[in-house]
Design a protein around this ligand. Structure first.
Ligand code: ATP
Ligand code: MG
Length: 564
């Protein structure tokens, strides 16, 4: 199902088709050697990981070829748009590491677009159609059968001008008429069959208020906006390739010189176990299925940020996945692999016990503690060390002890030896049970000659386990996130997405035991909980209730689950 088996270690081999096109244009001296792109979000929701793919190529191409990339809000539909989204979009782009040259709004061009439309009416290239949307749709024909011309197609210019003005006066009902381009109702490309340029909307616009009642359609606004701004390479996703002839046609009606923006289409990003459309994401927020646009399970940039993803891991992955001309679904494991690789390089190693049980070292003096040293990151020799406390009573993970263990169990079981990470080798001597027969405490004896860092005692133990001292550890909440959907391709599933949700996508653990070093952790800090996974501090965290989010487990547990 996935498009490629990428080896993340492989260096980038060749230029993608967009880079090839840009280099050809530069060689031919097109557009005076300028490279200008734009990222054109509609401010009707928060950005998702698919948008990150568009951002990386839009800003990336400009950077690579010494050009500029502008941020343009495609705000031609006032009904769904809001400034809240404008602000979050800017913030997320910056977080990803990109800077725009200018911020523009398609609504800034409404006056010019209006003038273009008036000019087209005067040239006999546009007309006002009073038919209903259903009638217009019926007349479209089929790909193999020509459409039918509207009875309003040959209206006199003056009448068209008058009605177009009325469309913008507020006196006409929504849907009562539209402005259409007069192209060809028999064109093989259905988008060329007299497409709609303007429709009436009675909803205040977040920037222009009640100034306009006639609003341009995407197809009329987008290319013209590119043209007005001087965009050279207009990059969008594949579904727009059938719109390209219309994009070019509109610009041909208006262009005066040689300069032409060009549209290039690349494959949309789609991950397994993930839904990306804003419509569905908004539903999950509005129906309280998730806690908000920044819920760490959301595939939004906000969600990934809060979950502990780094901008580097996202940028590197987009580059590796690449830009092609065919759609496909990428394995979500690639994204998880990418963040694991990045965090492995930067995350501080700490000990946290998520499901604690007490381990008592019976031959260690009561009341004694020792300061030991823990390496912050074996992958980074400059990362240094931090101190940890060793004591007679420790917490270990409940599943690191088994009373009756199978042969290959190398952790604590009576008679067996393990190394306590950064501490001593201990030998398990037994356990105490509560009245229900559950293990309440585990016992062991330590060997003082086996302290970490001492000359090798020659002792070989097969298991190493992590621990924290009861003397100075503290309690915290840990949120374990998992995939939001249980099916591989929720986007293609016929069932409603609400039926496909993973009921275990969030597990909240309370009373987890954290080593004292984590008391000073701040929002955004990144840690590896040894043997468990990568974690970060959640924004809901307070001094009295520290909360950690699991960014990703240490290994891909899903890959293992599948093999079984
Ligand atoms: P959605 O359908 O998810 O709501 P959209 O395409 O309507 O997304 P826009 O705000 O219009 O969202 O998109 C801004 C830019 O991001 C466009 O150039 C669009 O092609 C691109 N984009 C959107 N989704 C993806 C995706 N999954 N992969 C790559 N680019 C995308
Ligand atoms: Mg859109």
């Amino acid at each position: 199902m996935s498009e490629s088996n990428l080896n993340p270690e492989e260096p980038k081999k060749s230029l993608n088709f967009i880079e090839v096109a840009v280099e050809n244009d530069l060689k031919e001296g097109k557009n005076d050697g300028r490279v200008q792109t734009r990222f054109p979000p509609e401010p009707n929701g928060y950005l998702h990981i698919g948008h990150a793919k568009a951002i990386c190529i839009d800003f990336g191409i400009a950077k690579e070829y010494g050009g500029i990339c502008n941020l343009r809000f495609d705000d031609t539909n006032p009904v769904k748009e809001d400034v809240e989204y404008v602000d979050s979009i800017m913030d997320d782009i910056k977080w990803l590491g990109y800077n725009w040259a200018n911020v523009y709004y398609a609504s800034d061009y409404f006056p010019q677009l209006w003038d273009f439309a008036v000019q087209m009416i005067k040239d006999g290239k546009a007309y006002v159609d009073e038919q209903s949307a259903e009638e217009i749709a019926k007349q479209k024909g089929t790909p193999t059968q020509a459409g039918t011309e509207s009875p309003f197609r040959n209206r006199p210019v003056e009448e068209n001008l008058d009605l177009f003005n009325k469309m913008n006066s507020g006196e006409l009902a929504e849907g009562s008429m539209v402005l259409r381009a007069r192209i060809d109702m028999a064109a093989p490309n259905m988008h060329m069959r007299d497409p709609i340029m303007y429709r009436i909307i009675h909803h205040p616009h977040h920037r222009t208020g009640n100034k306009w009642y006639a609003y341009p359609m995407y197809d009329f606004a987008h290319g013209q906006s590119d043209y007005i701004e001087g965009v050279t390479h207009s990059l969008c996703t594949l579904e727009f390739d059938v719109h390209r002839p219309l994009y070019d046609w509109f610009i041909d009606q208006l262009a005066t010189g040689d300069y032409r923006p060009h549209q290039y289409e690349f494959n949309k990003l789609q991950f397994t176990y993930t839904l990306l459309s804003k419509r569905n994401l908004r539903a999950m927020v509005e129906e309280n299925i998730l806690s908000g646009w920044d819920d760490p399970r959301m595939p939004t940039i906000r969600g990934f940020r809060r979950r502990g993803y780094t901008p580097e891991s996202i940028r590197i992955l987009m580059d590796k996945i690449g830009y092609t001309k065919y759609d496909g679904v990428n394995d979500i494991g690639l994204l998880e692999h990418s963040i694991r690789e990045d965090l492995n390089k930067i995350a501080t190693r700490v000990s946290a016990v998520l499901d604690p049980i007490k381990l008592v070292i019976t031959n260690y003096p009561e009341g004694q503690t020792e300061v030991m040293s823990a390496q912050n990151n074996p992958e980074d020799e400059n990362a240094g060390n931090h101190n940890i406390t060793f004591s007679r009573e420790l917490f270990i993970e409940r599943d690191d002890f088994m009373e009756d263990a199978p042969k290959k169990y190398f952790r604590l079981t009576p008679g067996n030896e393990v190394r306590l990470k950064n501490g001593y080798i201990v030998k398990c001597t037994g356990c105490k049970k509560d009245e229900n027969g559950n293990v309440a405490e585990v016992y062991a004896e330590y060997d003082p000659l086996t302290k970490s860092g001492m000359p090798d005692s020659g002792r070989k133990v097969k298991g190493t386990i992590h621990w924290v001292s009861t003397e100075d550890c503290f309690d915290a909440e840990v949120r374990l996130y998992d995939r939001l959907f249980v099916v591989e391709n929720p986007a293609d599933d016929e069932r409603d997405f609400r039926e496909l949700l993973n009921p275990d996508s969030l597990k909240i653990l309370k009373g987890c035991k954290m080593e004292a070093y984590l008391k000073n952790a701040k929002e955004g800090d990144k840690f590896q909980f040894q043997r468990t996974g990568y974690f970060c501090i959640d924004k809901d965290s307070t001094a009295g209730n520290v909360i950690f989010n699991r960014t990703v487990s240490l290994k891909d547990s899903w890959a293992k689950a599948k093999v079984k």
